[in-house]
Write a protein that binds this ligand. Structure first.
Ligand SMILES: *Cc1c(COP(=O)(O)O)cnc(C)c1O
Length: 394
């Protein structure tokens, strides 16, 4: 299920193209036509997809902060060449956590909030716990199911499995909501990279974030606290908010263990598995050799975990594998699956990949090469609030 044919070649486009319009429509009803100043901290994909979604949307302004040395060259280029009169990008000296902490500080700074209010503006966020991002994602699981029916791969009413490369648990949670709305899903297969906190949780019932953090070749899944899991647990623990709050409070300290009934309910629906970087590259190589299909690093994690699932269970229910990014966003890592010398420039890498795989570079990636760089702002993490003040001119 290739979900990456939008303007930034990532599945996040599916939701972030719609979210701005849901948001501005709601603002008109609930916030006296205030302008929303949307702040985003990104490790790559979210920032660009949000910029494309919000560019020139009336009633919104957007500032994206990314870690100076924490995004791929192609992702940096995507953000720094962004068009639109209401958007702005800034690299910060620090890592993703510094960017995220800085944004959270600004959101909770009462003085800055008051300054914005004087100018009829308010802060908002476009991160993946926003319900406006989950909602559009439910739809494509139904669409994929009906495609399978139309193609006569399944009959209406037959069960399918769903395989999702997972980070913040948004995409796979959307498929769970689809099931609650009637989609016949047998098993949700949750695929992680070396940051396999979800694999362990699904297998044991214990969520433990006290572990090493790995920077992997599937960076959009490098995450230790999957925020949307809380929503799943709410449903599976019998909507017992007191119990849930207890677990989430315990997580502040590092770990929680759910009760046996909830753990069983999770395991009945979900299978968890993981792939490290070496296995991921092997999967890209094998999938291309066997099926002639070129997948990106995130999708490869899903394919690898699905193969583990098949071997372990023999379950031959037809499966939909969510493909979340174009391989051309990560040409350097994808080329590792081909035995070749790699050029230094990312565009030259993309061209070599196109030649070796006989696939086409997506137009939005090709277009980047000639787009002028519009943003060269940098600032210290401590100065992010001042940067916001200057940019929105309050
Ligand atoms: C964001 C992202 C994911 C993870 O999606 P979640 O909804 O956070 O689980 C997977 N792959 C790619 C390419 C992404 O950009």
């Amino acid at each position: 299920l290739e979900l990456w044919h939008g303007p930034t070649c990532a599945f996040k486009d599916m939701a972030l193209q719609i979210l701005p319009h849901l948001l501005t429509r709601s603002l008109k009803k609930t916030a006296d036509g205030k302008t929303a100043v949307i702040l985003v901290a990104t490790s790559g994909d979210t920032g660009k997809a949000a910029l494309e979604g919000f560019k020139d949307v009336a009633g919104t302004e957007m500032i994206v902060f990314y870690p100076e040395n924490g995004v791929s060259p192609m992702q940096k280029r995507q953000m720094n060449t962004q068009e639109g009169e209401n958007v702005c990008v800034c690299a910060i000296h620090g890592n993703f956590d510094d960017a995220q902490t800085g944004v959270k500080k600004i959101f909770t700074d009462p003085a800055l909030k008051a300054e914005l209010a004087q100018h009829n503006k308010m802060f908002s966020s476009a991160n993946s716990i926003n319900w406006g991002r989950l909602l559009p994602q439910i739809v494509y699981y139904f669409s994929a199911y009906l495609d399978l029916v139309n193609a006569k791969k399944i009959k209406m009413g037959d069960a399918i499995n769903v395989v999702v490369p997972t980070g913040n648990f948004g995409n796979i949670l959307a498929s769970y909501y689809a099931k609650r709305m009637g989609l016949p899903v047998h098993k949700f297969i949750c695929a992680s990279n070396s940051n396999n906190v979800l694999t362990d949780f699904i297998r044991t019932g214990t969520y433990d974030k006290k572990r090493a953090f790995y920077t992997t070749i599937s960076p959009s899944m490098d995450i230790l606290v999957s925020s949307n899991l809380e929503r799943l647990l709410y449903h599976l623990c019998g909507e017992d908010t007191e119990k849930l709050t207890g677990w989430m409070n315990a997580l502040q300290g590092g770990a929680y263990t759910v009760d046996a009934a909830t753990a069983d309910a999770v395991r009945a629906l979900f299978y968890g598995g993981c792939c490290d970087d070496k296995e991921t590259v092997e999967v890209i190589r094998n999938t291309f050799e066997k099926d002639g299909y070129l997948c990106d690093t995130h999708t490869a994690v899903a394919v690898g975990v699905y193969e583990q699932y098949l071997k372990e269970t023999g379950d031959n229910t037809p499966a939909v594998i969510a493909s979340t990014a174009s391989p051309y966003k990560f040409p350097d890592s994808v080329l590792d699956a081909f035995d070749c010398e790699k050029p230094a420039d990312p565009f030259a890498e993309a061209e070599l990949l196109a030649k070796l795989s006989n696939t086409k570079i997506p137009a939005p990636i090709t277009a980047l090469r000639t787009k002028p760089v519009r943003f060269e702002n940098t600032c210290a993490a401590a100065d992010m609030a001042d940067f916001v003040r200057e940019t929105v001119r309050v």
